[in-house]
Design a binder for this molecule. Sequence first.
Ligand code: NAD
Length: 476
Amino acid sequence: MSTQPAPQPLTYQDLMGRISAPGEGRSITDPATGQEVGRSPAGTVADLNAAVAVARSAQPGWGARSHGERSGYLNAAADAVEASAEALAELLSREQGKPLNGPNARFEVGACSAWLRAAAAFELEPEVVVDDGETHAVVHYRPLGVVGAIGPWNWPMMISVWQIAPSLRMGNTVVLKPSEYTPLSVLGLAAVLNQVLPEGLLQVIPGGRDVGEALSGHADVDKIMFTGSTATGKAIIRSSADTVKRLTLELGGNDAGIVLDDVDPQAIAEDLFWGAFINTGQTCAAMKRLYVPEAIYEQVCDALVEVAAKMPMGVGLDENNVLGPLQNQAQYDVVARLVDAAKASGARVLIGGEPESGQPGYFYPTTLIADIDNANPLVAEEQFGPALPIIRYSTIEEAVEMANGLDVGLGASVWSADPARAREVAARIEAGTVWINKHGAVDPRIPFGGVKQSGYGLEFGVAGLKALGVPQVIAG
Ligand code: NAD
């Protein structure tokens, strides 16, 4: 039996003491207040190369352990996250901006332990594919080696765990490059996990695009797990080509929600709202355009406005808030530009659309826009913020055509009182996941991935474990 050291509960001050040195590295500021949260080590390509060498030498020993032993470590890692959950949530809230409450910082930290435990629990047996008396063929999943993980700034801890947990479970070691906007959250998470993990299994190297490029092209890295924009995904395909790396690419989306004409608008309004505004809209698989039939268009708009008006937005550490700022100036500018374009086109602002000037923080008010054309940039581009366009349709054919009209396809949803009818519409939508009467409800047991330019490869569940192994067939 393996014995893992017991995790120590860390306070916020303990955690920051481990990851941030005063006066050194890069200043990271709170997007709600502009105040410094801490300082991140700069992280260079030389640091990355050293980390890959450590990961390479630690891998054979880790890969030789049994699934049971590795799962034991993942469960200990989940215990460690739970022991320091409040410190992690506070750091996430300060650095990313998301409130402690609502489907935000505490929720994200909870998801970290849930995904670690789920990755520990799955069974992945060798698959006997032929056994007919003459031929016996079995597919085994061996460790890949070193996995390079590259992550975004919107769910920095949870997405890191999505990359780390199946990698470690399958016997790989991990070198992770977090987003330059949220390095402290990922360094904090790793400090907590590394209380219980053997040395060299998980290393975090902060840094910018140069470090990400070096990781993607590194000859001693066997696979890249990437979550981020489609543009960066394409760059990673190019920089990984010479080493023929395996890739899992979770890229941008622009998810459609289609409401059918048999719903009760009041009954679905709150779930519709959170389907779009989770993490203040900064979520890959959030609803980013909503299609509503003529017959109930005004009722759905009114019900959404009623919900939106009562959701408090503000500084994340204030326990009352459930919506926060945009994480950075560039993202704020994208949302402001797209809403301005919608307003200039004559679309109707139901709520929001007028940011307050002179306030600290990248706050953009919760915005609902009606009577908007499907070709408007607020519909056609991924806004990744708290602004939802609501588009009218008259026939299901028209709604499905508009939903499928873009070159991305991560998630989608269909809303109906009749699940069979909803499933029939769902089957016609070009997206990796279509949810019924909910949106973005990722689940560690259910495979998740995009189609079209939203990427390829599956995460979660047994399918997700297989993606972190190299299949080897033994046939005789
Ligand atoms: P981004 O692509 O700008 O950055 C992601 C990461 O890639 C960062 O760590 C960045 O430093 C790194 N990077 C940048 N250029 C690189 C290069 N040339 N080579 C290697 N790495 C490089 O994405 P973002 O703005 O941080 O995240 C928002 C985007 O991520 C949105 O499009 C969103 O839809 C998408 N996203 C997708 C999922 C999913 O599961 N499909 C989940 C979350 C976010």
